[in-house]
Design a protein around this ligand. Structure first.
Ligand SMILES: C[S@@+](CC[C@H](N)C(=O)[O-])C[C@H]1O[C@@H](n2cnc3c(N)ncnc32)[C@H](O)[C@@H]1O
Length: 434
């Protein structure tokens, strides 16, 4: 990844959009590189614009096709992304039309498209003149801002809830904190927030949670360095309670990095015999080590492929297993708008195969009488209830330990949809081994 030689806010924003949409890179890394050379305020603008383009891409592309005769190719392709950014500023942001056009046109040079400056200028001025911002598609898929394949899958799975799901996916997500009960308490932490005039609310179903109702830099919150809290969505905070933890248990958190749920497990039951936190990505385990150090918690970290149990398992069965499986992350699109374009329809089958392989290979490592919680941050039944239903039908020693009274072996688990009680989209099922 190489940034444009010269630093320019709009050129760098177009570069981030290009990295995600053309090269399939996650916006996290691209944003970090680009933001490093801008002020705090400009960095926030850059992120807001890039995320806005991802949210409105189908409409922006319709406008591009209407105003650009021939698609740009090769190393000029990035100029198309600059034009999308120009449209976005005019149609959806508070940037004045004049600044949106002139500063965006100037960025053409920085991106090496000097000879296309006239074209960019003409397209952005036509957009303004023809009042394109008011001419939006009435097609539900375009309005959803989602790729066609994902919209169709969601519509098929949730025909009556599709509009609510789409709006929740396009709303900014609230910041949830999980108070570390080994260092503080929700009551004590709420007093601290009140004393600093920071507004928040509580959730009756989340004993350790505080939801911030205003934007505050996380590192400036009281007790950050001391590990009094972690940032963790409410849906993810349901994992530890579902495990029914008790002292002296041996617990495996499989697919554990960067460690949000492992930390909650240790805060919930500090007298476990052992917590093994396993993940196949060493860089994510490095982040996990940093998080655990800040929170002053200890787990045994293992870097391995969870499905390859001969490589990491010592033969002692676990009382509890959390399998937070690698998934499409379609439940957290409101937090990561780029996911919708990074994920392809063809990824789902491969993910399903990986999830099922880990799930079934892990099963022998669970004690009879032990409990396994299967979790994903996906909203697609193919990764969730379908997987668990298949598992139950193929494993006679597995039964459903219901989370909801309506669950059946054919329709197992709790599917949380994005926005439900302010949470991310998430799925949980709990199995007992006989
Ligand atoms: C949903 S994330 C885990 C989030 C984590 N449980 C938390 O609460 O912070 C899924 C994780 O699965 C890991 N992973 C993917 N394939 C794996 C495999 N075959 N074995 C072990 N870990 C794997 C990824 O590196 C990623 O960290």
């Amino acid at each position: 990844m190489k940034l444009p030689a010269k630093s320019d806010l709009r050129a760098d924003t177009a570069w981030v959009i290009f990295q995600v949409l053309e090269l399939g890179k996650s916006s996290r890394e691209a944003l970090a590189l680009a933001q490093a050379r801008h002020s705090k305020q400009d960095s926030a603008w850059l992120q807001e614009m890039a995320m806005g383009v991802f949210r409105h891409l189908p409409q922006l592309q319709i406008w591009l096709r209407a105003l650009l005769d021939q698609p740009l190719k090769g190393n000029k392709k990035i100029i198309e992304h600059l034009i999308l950014l120009g449209f976005y500023q005019q149609a959806y942001s508070r940037v004045s039309d004049h600044a949106a056009v002139s500063a965006t046109v100037n960025a053409t040079d920085v991106l090496g498209g000097g000879r296309l400056k006239g074209l960019v200028n003409a397209i952005l001025r036509n957009f303004q003149r023809q009042q394109m911002a008011g001419k939006t598609s009435d097609d539900a898929i375009v309005q959803s801002g989602l790729p066609k394949w994902l919209y169709k899958r969601l519509h098929a799975a949730y025909p009556t809830q599709i509009n609510d799901i789409v709006s929740a996916m396009n709303e900014p997500a609230p910041v949830w904190l999980r108070v570390n009960r080994l260092r503080s308490s929700v009551d004590e932490y709420c007093h601290l927030l009140t004393s600093q005039d920071i507004s928040f609310c509580l959730s009756p179903d989340h004993p350790d949670a505080v939801i911030l109702t205003e934007r505050v830099p996380i590192t400036s919150l009281p007790g950050y360095a001391e590990g009094w809290f972690s940032v963790q969505d409410g849906a993810a905070q349901l994992a530890a309670p579902l495990l029914q933890l008790q002292a002296n248990q041996r617990v495996l958190d499989c697919c554990a990095a960067p460690g949000g749920k492992s930390a909650h497990i240790l805060e919930t039951e500090p007298a476990l015999q052992q917590l093994i936190a396993l993940d196949s990505e060493s860089s994510r385990l490095t982040r996990m080590t940093e998080n655990m150090t800040r929170l002053q918690l200890n787990a045994d970290l293992v870097c391995a492929d969870a499905a390859d149990i001969n490589n990491w398992w010592d033969g002692n069965q676990f009382d509890r297993i959390l399998l937070d499986a690698p998934c499409s992350a379609t439940g957290v699109i409101r937090r990561h708008p780029d996911i919708r374009w990074l994920r392809k329809a063809s990824d789902i089958e491969a993910l399903q195969a990986l999830q099922y392989k880990i799930f079934s290979n892990l099963w022998p490592t669970l004690k009879p009488g032990g409990v396994l919680v299967y979790a994903t941050c996906s909203v697609l039944p193919a990764e969730n209830s379908d997987q668990v239903a298949r598992f139950l039908s193929e494993h006679s020693d597995a039964s459903l330990l219901k989370i909801n009274s309506q669950e059946t072996p054919e329709m197992p688990g709790r599917q949380i949809l994005p926005g439900e009680q302010q949470m991310d989209g998430f799925y949980y099922a709990r199995l007992l081994k006989s």
